[in-house]
Design a binder for this molecule. Structure first.
Ligand code: AMP
Ligand code: ZN
Length: 136
């Protein structure tokens, strides 16, 4: 279902312009307006879902299959050296557009970008406490 005032719903429906590189019944894939690298693309779900929590499981599976296919095309056509998939959920995680999207970020030697998440420390006890919290 389309959500009023959702910019990605409007893009998916063709009501707002985009540089579309792929379309099918479930997704529209567009170039990001502010690419972090050359070829930065967004896989947009056609049906509105705020985030991964709301996305139907079947669509989530299809999104990853599509990412796998596009990854090969990016490597062949853009000659990228690697690829980051990124998917943000919630403001705290950096989500700025509340409509499910999966970032495909081709990476190139010397592209100057970096992933800024800083590895932390955890004791074996802490790791075990987390494992229990998730699995019990
Ligand atoms: P996120 O921070 O994960 O919500 O990502 C939102 C992304 O959408 C950002 O990388 C923006 O540059 C991109 N974006 C926002 N508006 C548009 C638009 N109209 N067309 C293409 N990309 C957009
Ligand atoms: Zn939407």
């Amino acid at each position: 279902m389309k959500k009023e005032d959702c910019i990605f719903c409007k893009i998916v429906q063709g009501e707002l312009p985009s540089r579309t590189i792929y379309e099918d019944g479930d997704f529209r894939v567009i170039l990001d307006l502010k690419p972090v690298t050359r070829g930065h693309a967004l896989i947009l779900a056609r049906e509105h879902a705020d985030n991964l929590y709301e996305l139907p499981e079947e669509t989530a599976g299809k999104a990853m299959i599509l990412a796998r296919r596009l990854a090969g095309i990016f490597r062949e056509k853009l000659h990228c050296d690697g690829l980051n998939l990124m998917q943000n959920n919630g403001e705290v995680a950096g989500q700025t557009v509340t409509h499910f999207h999966l970032h495909m970020i081709p990476r190139y030697e010397g592209d100057g970008q970096e992933i800024n998440l800083v590895p932390g420390e955890a004791t074996q006890e802490e790791l075990e406490a987390v494992r229990k919290q998730i699995t019990e």
